[in-house]
Design a protein around this ligand. Sequence first.
Ligand SMILES: *[C@@H]1O[C@H](CO)[C@@H](O)[C@H](O)[C@H]1NC(C)=O
Ligand SMILES: *[C@@H]1O[C@H](CO)[C@@H](O)[C@H](O)[C@H]1NC(C)=O
Ligand SMILES: *[C@@H]1O[C@H](CO)[C@@H](O)[C@H](O)[C@H]1NC(C)=O
Ligand SMILES: *[C@@H]1O[C@H](CO)[C@@H](O)[C@H](O)[C@H]1NC(C)=O
Ligand SMILES: *[C@@H]1O[C@H](CO)[C@@H](O)[C@H](O)[C@H]1NC(C)=O
Ligand SMILES: *[C@@H]1O[C@H](CO)[C@@H](O)[C@H](O)[C@H]1NC(C)=O
Length: 341
Amino acid sequence: MMKLWLSLLFVVCLSAVSGSDSNRKPNIVFIFGDDYGFNDIGYHGSQIATPNLDKLASDGVRLENYYVQPLCTPSRSQMMSGRYQVRSFFAPWLVQSPDVVSVTFLQQYTLCLSMLPLSPFYNNTPCPLFLYLAYQSVHGPLQVPEKYEKQYRHIQDENRRIYAGMVSVLDEGVGNLTQALKDKGLWDNTVLVFSTGIPFNISRGTPSKRTVLLHNIDPLQTKHGVPLYNDTFHTTVRAAVRVGHMKLITGEPYNGSWVPPPGSAHKFEPDQRRPHQNVWLFNITADPTEHHDLSDHMPDMVRTLLGYLQRFNKTAVPTRFPPLDKRSNPALHGGVWGPWE
Ligand SMILES: *[C@@H]1O[C@H](CO)[C@@H](O)[C@H](O)[C@H]1NC(C)=O
Ligand SMILES: *[C@@H]1O[C@H](CO)[C@@H](O)[C@H](O)[C@H]1NC(C)=O
Ligand SMILES: *[C@@H]1O[C@H](CO)[C@@H](O)[C@H](O)[C@H]1NC(C)=O
Ligand SMILES: *[C@@H]1O[C@H](CO)[C@@H](O)[C@H](O)[C@H]1NC(C)=O
Ligand SMILES: *[C@@H]1O[C@H](CO)[C@@H](O)[C@H](O)[C@H]1NC(C)=O
Ligand SMILES: *[C@@H]1O[C@H](CO)[C@@H](O)[C@H](O)[C@H]1NC(C)=O
């Protein structure tokens, strides 16, 4: 069902902690790219050059099989709260409010919300640094200084060309930040994470213990079809869950066509779902691009996964989707997003 989840990138760089530094808590630098796609990083074979991110990836831990939310606010709310969306107060989709910082590290870590260029950087302080760098890049609108676009002259599609330039700016920014940490002597005691979503439980060389992942339950989306069963999760509601190899999707998929990544050999495939169909089951290990719906062949598996959704749904907090508050306009607050009341 053919939905390309955006943004599946993740890199952790663990530098060795040595000598007199060994008792010090590490600095933590968390960089969040926005709406940045799996096929848009150099080491995934992209036509977009990302030498700095590639270097971090080759020196660090790469997580190649995890999901993030397809939009910016939900990804950030999960990162900030450490909770699934259904358990936080953020509505499932885009929320027009700033990130709310509520991080439990606060007692231990200096919180430093910073934008490039890096201004006062802590050095020789007993207090470790926690830097959360949430880029708006490479989210639309598509805009980039010409010099970054120029290197992609060979890309015909204008949107793609500008986007590629934006990725290069992001990559350069990450390179500058890394260099600044090195220049200040902070690098060797720093854990740097680059992600477009929220990771949990990272360890080098061992499989994740996590086998169940809730993508989302979104009761605000239009209901679709009729419920498949009458005693479990309503398949009319938009939701998705991954359990081991299997992923179940329910509800209204909207545009269910399969859109290949730019420059790939795959073909565009139009929406082939049956009218009113509201359940799909995929074996992600065997079929990572979600082409072969198994829901008709494995009804017991469908029911088992619906049971997971039902249990997650029981722990959901009520959805809150307040109207836009004009007082939040950054123009009223010195040109930046921030708490406004
Ligand atoms: C990176 O640093 C260079 C040199 O200071 C600067 O010219 C450039 O604008 C910086 N790039 C970004 C994306 O911040
Ligand atoms: C991380 O792993 C530990 C040990 O397996 C587990 O207790 C904990 O719940 C996990 N945390 C998350 C966020 O998955
Ligand atoms: C659910 O469906 C079964 C089988 O069709 C039926 O016997 C049962 O009464 C239904 N339960 C409810 C609560 O509607
Ligand atoms: C989720 O739980 C709520 C509250 O119990 C219930 O009203 C709703 O029907 C459930 N949603 C689904 C899709 O089963
Ligand atoms: C779905 O999206 C594709 C690619 O953007 C587009 O070509 C197609 O017309 C859309 N289909 C529908 C039914 O909107
Ligand atoms: C899913 O695919 C994998 C890899 O082909 C296979 O090992 C596994 O048994 C399949 N799982 C199910 C439930 O079909």
